[in-house]
Design a protein around this ligand. Structure first.
Ligand SMILES: Cc1cc2nc3c(=O)[nH]c(=O)nc-3n(C[C@H](O)[C@H](O)[C@H](O)COP(=O)(O)OP(=O)(O)OC[C@H]3O[C@@H](n4cnc5c(N)ncnc54)[C@H](O)[C@@H]3O)c2cc1C
Length: 315
């Protein structure tokens, strides 16, 4: 019987939450097809068989190698996929996942669907946004293996009572190896993975006013900071925080946009957010057409009031 292979991604030796969501998505397919879910870490990292089993994995495979190599990881995944007759290979649509997806599909001589937001386990089709999120397309992969990357926060770990077995596998060598990653997020969650995000735009007026956004973020557990491109281009915030077409794609439960107009290129990166709160002093700002809740007012006055109320809730 064919298997479903999930590529696990780690950062600083710890598993990324988006990988657990991919394991949960694989479990959805396994429930329909009766296949087993194999979770493969392409480099040595801390793996909790209980957590992975609960998320949906039946077997956990860990390639023993330190440091990431894109070619090496892709070759390891392709070999393991063939050895275990995988009919589906899933990855998180992170920066690294995007890098690996095409490489794996090429090695397996098949097609792939990138950045998927839904799947139909019975039809084995994937849904992905196109045209900057204005439309969705359904993709069926006709090759021997369906390779797909899944957008963070659209799938969930299975949450079942099960343990997974852990086995070691040989890692393939790569031509290049990542030796260091210099994180710039200042201890907050990565904006593309966080379930709560507060972003600032040019309407914040100055980089010094970011303490107002930070105060709101501090009052909301797990809240990441984001920014519009205008802010990043002005040098107020690092590019790692940019949300949008040329930045990161986010889909949190809560997205607060302060002083952001709602340009199409910004919307492309955040309009799949579940609840959108817009703060803008212009009642006609385009962002209000996409917002669940809108506050017309000066962000420099609204944000301190919002932070004060949130602090009272002691979330
Ligand atoms: C190829 C391409 C790719 C792009 N990629 C991206 C991308 O990835 N991400 C992205 O964000 N943009 C992207 N852009 C840029 C995009 O078109 C917009 O220029 C940008 O999003 C505008 O940022 P902004 O909303 O912060 O600024 P503005 O459009 O200048 O809007 C500022 C808003 O703040 C409001 N405001 C002003 N003062 C206050 C106040 N005191 N309180 C409350 N509100 C206030 C104003 O009413 C206004 O609505 C891209 C553009 C191109 C051409």
């Amino acid at each position: 019987m064919s298997n479903i292979l999930v590529v696990l991604e780690s950062r600083d030796g710890s598993l990324r939450s988006a990988s657990l969501e991919a394991v949960g998505a694989a479990r959805l397919i396994a429930e329909v097809s009766g296949a087993s879910v194999l979770a493969l870490a392409t480099e040595t990292c801390e793996l909790d068989a209980g957590v992975l089993g609960a998320a949906g994995a039946d077997l956990v495979l860990m390639a023993k190698t330190s440091g990431h190599s894109a070619e090496g990881a892709a070759a390891t995944v392709a070999r393991v996929a063939k050895e275990h007759q995988a009919s589906v290979v899933l990855l998180a649509a992170t920066v690294r996942g995007r890098d690996l997806t095409g490489r794996i599909a090429a090695l397996l001589e098949t097609g792939f669907a990138a950045d998927c937001t839904a799947l139909d386990a019975a039809a084995m089709t994937f849904t992905r946004p196109i045209l900057g999120g204005k439309a969705f397309t359904t993709v069926k992969i006709n090759g021997p293996v369906a390779v797909a990357s899944l957008r963070a926060n659209f799938f969930a770990a299975a949450g079942r009572e099960a343990n997974a077995e852990v086995q070691e596998v040989v890692a393939e060598a790569g031509l290049s190896r990542v030796t260091a990653i210099n994180a710039q997020s200042g201890g907050r969650p990565d904006v593309s993975e966080a379930t709560r995000v507060i972003s600032g735009g040019r309407g914040m007026g100055d980089a010094a006013n970011w303490n107002l956004l930070e105060a709101v973020a501090d009052a909301i557990p797990g809240c990441a900071l984001g920014a519009s491109r205008a802010v990043v281009d002005s040098g107020w915030r690092p590019h790692s925080e940019q949300v949008g077409q040329t930045g990161k794609t986010v889909a949190p439960e809560l997205y607060i946009a302060a002083g952001i107009s709602g340009a199409i290129q910004h919307l492309a990166g955040m309009n799949c957010s579940k609840v959108i709160v817009a703060i803008n002093k212009d009642a006609d700002a385009p962002i209000f057409k996409h917002a669940t809740y809108g506050i017309v007012g000066d962000a420099l006055e609204v944000l301190p009031a919002l932070a004060a109320e949130l602090q009272k809730l002691n979330l």
